[in-house]
Design a protein around this ligand. Structure first.
Ligand SMILES: Nc1nc2c(ncn2[C@@H]2O[C@H](COP(=O)(O)OP(=O)(O)OP(=O)(O)O)[C@@H](O)[C@H]2O)c(=O)[nH]1
Ligand SMILES: Nc1nc2c(ncn2[C@@H]2O[C@H](COP(=O)(O)OP(=O)(O)OP(=O)(O)O)[C@@H](O)[C@H]2O)c(=O)[nH]1
Length: 433
């Protein structure tokens, strides 16, 4: 299952504004992960019950006009190859520009669903101006105002119809995605893992959407590796582009059950690593962190402990994530890495019987209830785990609106302590009863 929506268009048409609006719809649950080094946005949202990832292209580095245009063309081409749905944003204030025409020419040949969002249609007058864009010869048009939100609902309704439903994934093999920054050692890890079997990679990049899995049996475990991009041929263009690595990570994370995040020990846990981490968490995927190239690190007594502590600080409150120190080069703890990923996969499927959950949790929560709010006391009466693919719990109480985030975190920590959800994001709801 993959629902990646890419927003393309020339600079200043309102792509980022539209992106924010698409994501803000569900601000309480999701927010955007913005690239630290550059202004790249990707986020997770849902509409009419369907989930999707949104990637905002752009964040172009300003150079000469030629370079600039080349950069846009590259991003559009990548969006065409890698995204499932494309939203092409144009600007009614400016009308059709040569760059719009160029983008439209690229898009016209594409079989994927394309939505043309004619932006900045803030009032009825501009509705008439929008007609001009029919000349670009692209199918479906939507007049929107990203600033005031008008028209975006219709756009999303139409878009949601093209999104795929989340598939049932019971009883399938674990799907692992090896993700991380360029040069972290992802390919080396995969090669160390599959060793002489590397020829069993039969999928060719980009042939079909579903060819992203490859099945392996190693160390007695059966699993699928998602998007073993590193062992495939890479094109120079793709390697150069930060946009490509983001797109790749989003896609393989969407497909996986557990994200194996490879960090370069010699560089530490940096902004981009954190982005990928939170992306997995927002997608409710299991996570295992591998600190690779451990052979290169000069070790003193507390090196490992300090390294680990620093990462746990960064990823709080989701701190019980396995962190394993490996070397893809010497194959140190490669087995342990896979074994742990399998454990996390099992944790993610874990179902706590309602009776057991109530027996343990209600007592604990009674002894440590949410703080009174405006003189009112919250009483938690009952709890249950939802029948969702990933752990989600509902706590029924008299005044759910008074339960604050710190208390939710407390409850989450208790659940983690008692039931072991190591490496797995869990979601907690309070509802009225
Ligand atoms: N009037 C009006 N202005 C808008 C609308 N949407 C965006 N803008 C304005 O257009 C300008 C550009 O918006 P951005 O969202 O930054 O455009 P962008 O396409 O992401 O630009 P790049 O990051 O340069 O690619 C900003 O000043 C926005 O406030 C709209 O619906 N109506
Ligand atoms: N010393 C040491 N070097 C390593 C280790 N793992 C990878 N390397 C080296 O790090 C460099 C990058 O490794 P790759 O496996 O290509 O990294 P990658 O994450 O797949 O990189 P991209 O394909 O660019 O995303 C190579 O020169 C590897 O030989 C390790 O555990 N120890």
């Amino acid at each position: 299952m993959s629902n990646i929506v890419a927003i393309v268009g020339r600079p200043n048409v309102g792509k980022s504004t539209l992106f924010n609006r698409l994501i803000k719809k569900r601000e309480a649950i999701v927010d955007s992960v913005s690239g630290v080094t550059r202004d790249r946005h990707y986020g997770k949202s849902d509409w009419n019950g369907k989930e999707f990832s949104v990637i905002d292209t752009g964040g172009y580095t300003v150079g000469s006009d030629d370079i600039f245009e080349g950069e846009i063309r590259k991003q559009v081409q990548l969006a065409i190859e890698e995204a499932d749905i494309i939203v092409f944003v144009v600007d009614v204030e400016e009308g059709i520009t040569p760059m719009d025409t160029e983008v439209a020419n690229l898009l016209r040949k594409v079989k994927k669903p394309i939505f043309m969002a004619i932006n900045k249609v803030d009032n009825a007058m501009r509705e008439a101006d929008a007609v001009e864009f029919y000349n670009l010869g692209l199918g479906d048009h939507y007049t929107i105002s990203s600033i005031n939100g008008s028209g975006t609902g219709e756009l999303l309704d139409a878009l949601a119809e093209k999104l795929e439903d989340a598939p049932e994934q019971e009883n399938e093999l674990p799907r692992f995605a090896v993700v991380g920054r360029p040069n972290a050692g992802k390919s080396s890890f995969i090669n160390a893992l599959i060793g002489e079997d590397r020829n069993i990679v039969t999928n060719i990049a980009g042939t079909t959407r579903d060819s992203i899995d490859t099945k392996y049996n190693r160390f007695g475990f059966d699993f699928n590796l998602i998007d073993t991009a590193g062992i495939r041929k890479k094109s120079k263009v793709k390697e150069d582009l930060e946009f490509y690595s983001v797109m790749r990570a989003v896609r393989s994370i969407e497909f996986c059950d557990v994200a194996i995040l490879v960090i370069d020990a010699t560089r530490g846990f940096e902004g981009q690593d954190e982005n990928i981490f939170w992306l997995a968490e927002k997608n409710k995927k299991g996570v295992v962190i591998l600190i690779n190239k451990w052979d290169l690190v000069e070790k003193e007594t507390n090196t490992m402990r300090d390294f680990e502590a620093q990462i746990r600080r960064e990823i709080a409150p989701f701190t019980d994530v396995p962190i394993i120190f490996i070397s893809a080069l010497t194959k140190q703890r490669i087995f342990k890495a896979i074994e742990t990923a399998v454990e996390v996969f099992e944790n993610r499927k874990k179902r706590i019987p309602t009776s057991k959950l109530n027996e343990t949790m209600l007592d604990i929560l009674k002894q440590n209830p949410p703080p009174a709010y405006k003189g009112k006391f919250v009483k938690i009466k009952f709890c249950t785990q939802l029948p969702t693919p990933t752990p989600q719990f509902v706590f029924f109480c008299n005044l759910p609106q008074y339960v604050r985030d710190p208390y939710k975190r407390y409850v989450e920590n208790k659940l983690r302590e008692i039931f072991d959800f190591k490496g797995v994001p869990i979601v907690i709801y309070f509802r009225k009863k």
